[in-house]
Write a protein that binds this ligand. Structure first.
Ligand SMILES: Cc1ncc(COP(=O)(O)O)c(C=O)c1O
Length: 912
């Protein structure tokens, strides 16, 4: 083989490349002119076929049956036929045409449009979606054939979907099958299976390291099948599983069988199985609201309602705006409607298809309740904060979080305790909040006797730059200090995470469900008692240094997540969801949540957005697993291509895990996903254990080495010259976010663009004068070394600091916010010159009236009521960005007058 296994990030890539290599080899073999050449190519073809055998064991197409045919053709030296069948198989595989002709024996030449392999979206209308059913059973080839035929015979013209079975014999093969083959949507497990796979391919065995544990070895054979059902729920909870057993009912009843939909008793009733399989898929396929909206759009309706665009009437009858109709097509207007015009459900009081769609979303995302929003996560965040937080409650908030949270705190009247993230000085950005900092604040509040007022911890997971928290550990340790703490995880960027097994373990909903189960178990209770005994009399330092365990009798699991579905999945802009798993939701929050939802939700929500959320849910439940696999693969390919490219690595640098996460938070020791020396790292351990890990789908590129600041590189190079859009920069970096639509071709285009920029720069430097070279070096140094220190949160001014007497840091942000409405209480200082420093030197405390949010970095470096420090001023001057929200260069920095602050009653007293 010319490429080694470590060259591949994934087995999917390996599979595609091996098939392409086989196609090329068979083509050459057909055209070979000498016996020596033929012999060499024969051996190579055989080698490739042998290497594909274990891989194809997990796929229905081309599968082992096509490989058997190819082996036979090779053996009989029928090279023309060999080349033809290989060519057709590869094309069909790459173009997805096999989905339309799922039987290997019917492989046809694909249509022209399918040839580049990129797009099978032009499927004929009415075509039935295709999937594969993994049958885990020890039967031999003859019986497999028999079952395959029997299931095919069950197909009926009115089936909505079509599938092909794939047979594997063991628990390990079943696990590899569901992790490797994204076409698998249902699994049939028979009770006679064995444990270990006979295949030894390390690339495939790698899948097992993330799933199996030692305990599986100790299982009795009759437990293999139930254990496989449970493990499948753990890795792909969306799949339907059917158990076929001959064990007595009473032995099966009462066992945990994962997501098993039905247990069959050793029967050969293929029709029953077939119908169940299709019904299971239909449960995920159904989109109640999208269907209702489509049906509504088809009805002839007269509109006497304040909605002239409805049914396109204001457009088709217009002489001047017909182009809008031409551009969008009529359906979008036919579907424009309102709850009050009848026929459809209401987002504000859902009882029909919206309610059903929300319930399906809750199932898909693992929540107890899900609520749709048509105004983005900005609104979702405010809804949750208002629903949970009462005026005067203390909320621990990541200072770098999205501005909607800061405004939410103002509206709710929260007393905010800002948490500092670790800083990434060399890149002028922040990481995320270390658990030690959170525990430190909670313990400080506890010591001051204020724990009863601490209501919520609010963190962004993952951050814009892709730093991902250890959600389980954060929640466990915080709950050990404050057992009823509410968590709001801002998962604006993380909607997709539920459908990647590695990602899922760091989502709020997954951990909420897992912790609820854990705290119910006797095993945990026992472990807790032993631990609590050891911890008796522990001092603060010990509490900070020990992994804490919550008391199962006191703990309440209360978790909310807000996701911008539109940012990472299919949804129209602003389509977002709130997911809830709060043990006290029904008893305590439901009414307040309803009020908060009413406060922030439009009475004219956009139904197209709701329909797109419904359809986006269907998609991610059926193909999210595949899309995420492909997205990660694309991002990894990009990392490798840039890092390994000699010219690109001269000017650009992909920021690695080591660059973005300090060593103390990387218990696994992982440094990068790929490096030239070690190839691909196995990141599983990092995702299981590390305090923080890096979302691989986000790729941050250091551009300071090319003499560019992030903003200039984004606007002048990427956008203006090459039409590439990105939305996040830092002083010396740009962030490339892959998404579920990112293709290998778009990555290739980006690399091409970067190479052309590097070539241009290289050529310019080659001709540059010594002075020009010196200026370039100075610029690079300024961007990569002489960076302004990032300022931490200073503190709230005493007037807004109800905790000042007890030494706790929370601030009354609402008081400061509304005080600033009175212009007579505010004055302005120019940022230029040193007027403000002079005031500070005289002993005056300058206090910000507003949020000051520079872009980048995009989080408030000042909030209302915060004392302005010299470090903050230095940072603002050095920022060198054109966009600073809340700051008007023509007026200067807005601060409270000394008189205004002097008139205020002491905050500590006011808070009592
Ligand atoms: C962390 C975070 N939360 C919330 C939001 C707001 O989301 P939306 O654009 O859906 O309103 C953003 C937007 O970028 C964000 O980055």
């Amino acid at each position: 083989m010319t490429t080694s296994l470590t060259d591949y990030y994934s087995a999917l890539q390996l599979r595609t490349d091996r098939w392409s290599a086989l196609r090329a080899t068979c083509e050459q073999l057909r055209l070979a002119t000498s016996a020596k050449q033929t012999r060499k190519l024969q051996l190579r073809a055989q080698e490739l076929l042998d290497s594909l055998m274990p891989i194809e064991a997990y796929w229905a197409f081309p599968g082992q049956s096509v490989l058997d045919k190819l082996c036979l053709l090779l053996e009989k030296e029928r090279y023309d036929e060999l080349a033809r069948l290989t060519r057709r198989s590869v094309r069909s595989l790459l173009a997805g045409a096999y989905r339309r002709q799922p039987q290997a024996s019917e492989i046809e030449e694909p249509r022209e449009a399918e040839e580049d392999g990129a797009d099978d979206s032009a499927a004929p209308p009415g075509e039935r979606p295709y999937f594969e059913v993994l049958i885990v059973d020890t039967i031999g080839e003859q019986q497999r054939q028999h079952q395959r035929q029997a299931l095919r015979r069950m197909r009926r013209p009115d089936d909505r979907f079509v599938y092909e079975p794939v047979f594997v014999p063991t628990v390990e093969d079943g696990l590899i099958g569901v992790l490797f083959n994204h076409n698998v949507q249902a699994v049939v497990v028979r009770s006679n299976i064995t444990l270990h796979s006979v295949h030894e391919l390390p690339m495939l065995k790698r899948y097992l390291s993330s799933v199996e544990d030692e305990e599986i070895e100790a299982l009795a054979p009759e437990d293999y099948a139930p254990e496989l059902c449970r493990l499948i729920r753990k890795i792909r909870p969306e799949l339907d599983v059917y158990l076929v057993t001959d064990q007595p009912v009473e032995e099966i009843a009462g066992r945990d069988l994962g997501n098993c939909r039905r247990v069959f008793y050793n029967q050969e009733d293929y029709l029953e199985l077939h119908l169940n399989i299709l019904r299971g898929i239909n449960h995920r396929y159904e989109t109640p609201f999208f269907h209702a909206l489509r049906d509504y759009a088809r009805q002839p309706t007269g509109v006497f309602h304040a909605m002239p665009i409805s049914r396109g009437k204001s457009i088709t009858r217009s002489h001047w705006i017909k182009d809008m109709g031409d551009f969008y097509g009529m359906n979008i207007f036919l579907a424009e409607t309102s709850a009050t015009s009848g026929g459809l459900d209401s987002l504000l009081e859902p009882h029909g298809p919206i309610k059903k769609a929300q319930e399906l979303a809750a199932r898909a995302f693992g929540a107890k309740q899900t609520f749709f929003s048509t105004n983005g996560t900005s609104t979702c965040n405010k809804i949750v904060v208002q629903a949970v937080v009462r005026p005067g409650d203390i909320v621990l908030v990541d200072r770098d979080c999205h501005k909607s949270h800061h405004y939410g705190m103002v509206l709710a009247g929260a007393h905010v305790c800002y948490l500092d993230s670790y800083s990434l000085h060399p890149f002028s950005m922040y990481g995320a909040v270390p658990l030690r900092e959170i525990k430190h604040q909670l313990l400080t509040l506890k010591k001051a006797g204020k724990l009863h007022r601490v209501r919520m911890l609010l963190l962004t997971n993952c951050t814009f730059d892709g730093i991902v928290y250890n959600v389980e550990r954060v929640m466990e340790e915080c709950l050990a200090i404050k057992p009823d703490l509410v968590f709001l995880w801002d998962e604006a960027w993380f909607a997709f995470a539920r459908f990647g097994p590695t990602y899922r373990q760091r989502t709020g909903m997954h951990n909420a469900a897992m912790l609820r189960e854990r705290y119910r178990s006797d095993e945990y209770r026992k472990a807790y008692r032993a631990w609590a005994k050891q911890m008796e009399g522990a001092d603060r330092e010990k509490l900070l240094n020990t992994r804490l365990m919550p008391d199962p009798d006191a703990v309440r699991v209360r978790v909310y997540t807000c996701q911008s579905t539109h940012k990472t999945l299919t949804s129209l802009r602003q389509g977002s969801m709130i997911h809830v798993n709060d043990q006290d939701f029904k008893g305590e929050v439901e009414q307040a949540f309803h009020e908060a939802y009413m406060t922030h939700t439009s009475t004219s929500p956009n139904y197209q957005i709701i329909a797109s959320l419904d359809v986006g849910r269907r998609q991610v439940e059926l193909e999210g697993f595949e899309m995420i696999q492909r997205q990660v693969e694309a991002a990894m390919a990009m990392r490798k291509a840039i890092t390994a490219h000699p010219l690109l690595s001269k000017y650009f640098k992909i920021l690695t895990v080591r660059d973005l996460i300090p060593e103390e938070y990387r218990q696994s020791g992982i440094e990068s996903y790929w490096d030239p020396e070690h190839g691909w790292a196995d990141a599983w351990q990092a995702w299981a254990d590390d305090e923080f890990c890096l979302d691989a789908t986000r790729v941050t590129l250091g551009v300071g080495g090319a003499g560019y600041d992030g903003d200039t590189f984004k606007n002048r190079q990427l956008m203006d010259k090459h039409g590439i859009q990105i939305n996040k920069t830092s002083r010396n970096s740009v962030l490339f976010m892959t998404n579920i639509g990112t293709t290998r071709s778009s990555i290739a285009y980006l690399i091409e663009v970067l190479v052309s920029i590097a070539q241009e720069l290289d050529a310019w430097l080659d001709d540059a004068s010594p002075m020009e070279k010196k200026a370039f070096r100075r610029k690079v140094k300024g961007l990569t070394e002489d960076l302004p220190p990032l300022p931490d949160f200073s503190r709230f001014h005493d007037s807004f600091s109800p905790g000042r007497d007890s030494g706790t840091p929370e601030g009354d942000i609402r008081k400061a916010f509304f005080l600033a409405y009175d212009e007579s209480k505010c004055e302005y200082f120019p940022l230029e010159g040193r007027a403000m420093e002079a005031e500070i030197k005289k002993g005056r405390e300058l206090v910000s009236t507003s949020f000051i949010i520079p872009y980048p970095p995009g989080f408030p470096i000042l909030v209302p009521g915060q004392v302005i420090s010299e470090e903050i001023l230095a940072f603002m001057r050095a920022l060198d960005v054109s966009e600073i929200h809340g700051y008007r260069p023509d007026l200067g920095m807005r601060v409270f007058t000394e008189e205004a602050l002097g008139e205020l009653p002491a905050a500590a007293l006011a808070a009592q």
